[in-house]
Structures are given as structure tokens and as C-alpha cells.
Ligand binder design. Sequence first.
Ligand code: HEM
Length: 137
Amino acid sequence: MDKAVLEMFDGSLGRCTSQSRFLDLFYAKFLASSPKVREKFKDTDFVRQKRALKASLHMILLAAGDESGDPGTYLSDVAEKHNAKHLDVGAELYDLWLDSLLETVEECDPEYSAEVRQAWEEVMMVGIHYLTVRYNA
Ligand code: HEM
């Protein structure tokens, strides 16, 4: 992936995660997006979940920057957890996930622009694509 895109994503990720409201806002939007999402997270400890998600956003950045490598190096455990045998997260829920995240970035990043949005979409699609192709693995 283009280094400028990775840099733009990295900068925006830093500006977003420096605000404590970022992940709260994301989960508020994501949970509001569908009863299916609320059902999946009904027993979740969100303090731990927010830490795990923050770490995985950085892992997706590493996967996106490692074109010769396998995203599984960074994301195999997360993919296994979300597959049909475990959390059973189907492809349609990833659209809600990405929309909720992009809306949250728009609200939180003071330097938000069309290019910033594009960088988030490109980088996040590396993770979403990997998790969805591993769904039946
Ligand atoms: C690329 C997108 C996603 C990423 C990077 C991601 C990341 C993560 C991570 C890192 C964890 C914690 C894993 C662990 O405990 O070891 C997790 C848990 C979870 N994720 Fe995702 N996730 C994504 C998409 C989704 C979607 C679309 C759903 C749909 C509802 C979902 C539902 C869950 C649930 C229910 C848990 C378990 C929460 C619990 O422990 O109670 N995730 N996710």
C-alpha cells in the first residue's frame, strides 16, 4: 500500500485515539446500528474490548504496510475469534462496523478530510477482507 496512505492513516489514528471518547463513540454507534450487533456484545466487558480494538487497529496498520507478508501474521487470532465456529460474525456486520468507525473518525479527527476517510477505508479493508475470507476457515 502507498506509504502516503499509511502515514495519513497513522496520523489520524493517533489524533483519534488520543481522545478518550473515540472508542466510546465508536461502540455507541456500532451498537446502535443493529440489534444483531447488540446481541453479540451482550456480555462484553467494554473496558477490555476497547483496549483490544485499539491494539487491533494498530495490527491492521502493520498488516497493510507489509505487502509481501500474510495478514495472518498480525490478525490470525482475531480472525479465528470472529469466524463461524466462534463469534460467528457474518460479512454484513462488517459494513456496519466500517460505517460506524468512519463516522466516528469524522467526528473525532480535527484534520478529517476526504483523503483521511479514504486512508481509513483502504487500511481497514485489509483487516475486513482478511477476517471475512477466514470466516469458514
Ligand atoms: C475488522 C473489524 C474488526 C476488528 C479489527 C475486531 C477486533 C476485535 C478484537 C481485537 C476483539 C477481542 C479479541 C479477544 O478477546 O481476543 C474482538 C472481539 C469481539 N468482536 Fe470484533 N472486530 C472486528 C469486527 C467485528 C464485527 C463486525 C463484529 C460484529 C458484531 C464484532 C464482534 C465482536 C465480539 C462480539 C467480540 C467479543 C466481545 C467479548 O469478548 O465479549 N467484531 N473484536
